[in-house]
Design a protein around this ligand. Structure first.
Ligand code: SPD
Length: 426
């Protein structure tokens, strides 16, 4: 053998974009390519990036296979590096070409570690031996597959054991991952929406703050909220006569009923009027003064939710609120989406009046930066803190065995750090 290793640098063009964006499929294909070529896998690590792209590596006893994909260009760049005689990297090359449905592939082979240029050094092999192997001496195989949500500066990664649901709806890509730390997790267009283990923070905070401070809420409206968490929390309030929920995407409802049943548990509740339609249209057509509480449980302001962040929409929400009505929205992260965050509060202030708009915070580990905000805008005199009935809130939290909300959290959530106050002129 003339060299220690063979390194094939590969380009795959005109591949199927959906395949190149599917982290699980790519991880399986890369592992399959290693096995087919006769390699012994030790570890694999794969990341999906939001909105597109996968990077990963399979470490084999005989070196590694690495990949980076650009689904939007149908392009993948792959390194196949093997050493020894037992593995043929060209077998992996052909295997991956088929797996990615590449229209065209090109590859160059480099010899790594030319024997003619090498000479053996003396060293104590015992000291270099890795003790992380099984009793029989074989390496222990591990696998890491990661979902990553990121912008160009910050990323949040969650390790998962695979995807349970994956559908392109008319509006967005709906996926459910089985994460190791946070249980099943819903993502829309690659952005984390909710997870089984920390959903209670968001859903308790978006509902109980308005419903425990509005003087007498009878009719409530949820715009979005297809996972069902907001409806589940609202329906704990027995004084409500009706909760209307308008979700645009029936695939979100379907995915959550099957894979996030603890969150979707109230979607068949008799007091819930669940409508699959465009929330913007619903609000436009609703009668003036017809709701006491409106909760906008939206995704981030991209894709189908964009219109839910417009001045026109909020004016319509203001119109359909009753005299004492309260609008609550998820208002993004002051740290992550600071531009949107500022704009949101300017718009609410211009519609409801700045003194009737309040911001509160909660800590949600699976959202970018973990610091998340909600807005409370009152049409009339409802106020989140003035006249707040602590005892009623304490009892409510105790009776329903809530996991995040209680009377002290209610009050302290409105205490804002100075940098947040400054951003929204409070
Ligand atoms: N970046 C995450 C924003 C998610 C807001 N909506 C979550 C829906 C939960 N019902």
């Amino acid at each position: 053998m003339a060299s220690l290793g063979r390194h094939i640098i590969v380009e795959y063009y005109d591949c199927t974009p959906e395949i190149l964006n599917d982290v699980t499929l790519i991880q399986e294909s890369m592992e399959g390519a290693a096995e087919k070529a006769g390699a012994t896998i030790i570890n694999s690590t794969f990341h999906h990036f939001s909105p597109y792209g996968v990077s990963g590596v399979v470490v084999i006893e005989e070196s590694h296979l690495a990949i980076h994909t650009w689904p939007e260009y149908g392009y993948a760049s792959v390194d196949l590096f093997t050493c020894g005689e037992s593995v043929d990297p060209w077998v992996s090359y052909q295997y991956l070409k088929d797996a990615f449905e590449a229209g065209h592939g090109s590859a160059v082979e480099l010899k790594r570690g030319e024997m003619a240029l090498l000479s053996k050094k003396a060293f104590d092999i015992q000291q270099l031996r890795d003790d992380k192997s099984a009793d029989d001496g074989s390496p222990i195989r591990t696998k890491d597959v990661w979902f990553t949500e990121r912008d160009d500066k910050i990323a949040l990664s969650l390790k998962h054991d695979g995807k349970l649901y994956d559908q392109q709806s008319d509006f967005q890509r709906v996926e459910v991952y089985n994460t190791q730390a946070y249980g099943n997790m819903l993502t829309l267009d690659g952005m984390v929406m909710t997870t089984e283990k920390d959903e209670y923070v968001y859903h308790e905070m978006i509902t109980h703050i308005p419903l425990l401070t509005h003087p007498n809420p009878k009719r409530a409206l949820i715009i979005g909220g297809g996972d069902g968490g907001t409806a589940r929390e609202m329906l704990r309030h027995e004084g409500l006569d009706e909760v209307v929920m308008v979700e645009i995407d029936d695939k979100v409802i379907e995915a959550c009923k099957v894979h996030l049943p603890s969150i979707a548990s109230a979607l068949d509740h008799p007091k819930l009027n669940l409508i699959v339609d465009d929330g913007i249209k619903y609000v436009k057509e609703a009668a003036a003064g017809s709701f006491d509480v409106v909760v906008v449980d939206s995704t981030d302001p991209v894709g189908p939710a964009e219109g839910l962040f417009s001045v026109e929409f909020y004016k319509e929400v203001h119109r359909i609120l009753s005299d004492n009505g309260v609008m609550i929205t998820q208002s993004e992260s002051p740290r992550f989406n600071n531009k949107v965050f500022k704009e949101i509060y300017q718009v609410y202030g211009s519609i409801f009046g700045n003194e009737r708009v309040h911001c509160y915070l909660a800590y949600i580990p699976t959202y970018p930066t973990g610091m998340w905000s909600f807005s409370y805008s009152a049409k009339g005199d409802a106020h989140p803190l003035k006249g707040f009935d602590r005892e009623k809130s304490r009892k409510f939290s105790e009776v329903h065995d809530l996991s995040y909300y209680n009377e002290s959290i209610h009050e302290s959530a409105f205490a804002l750090p100075n940098f947040v106050k400054k951003m929204i002129n409070k």
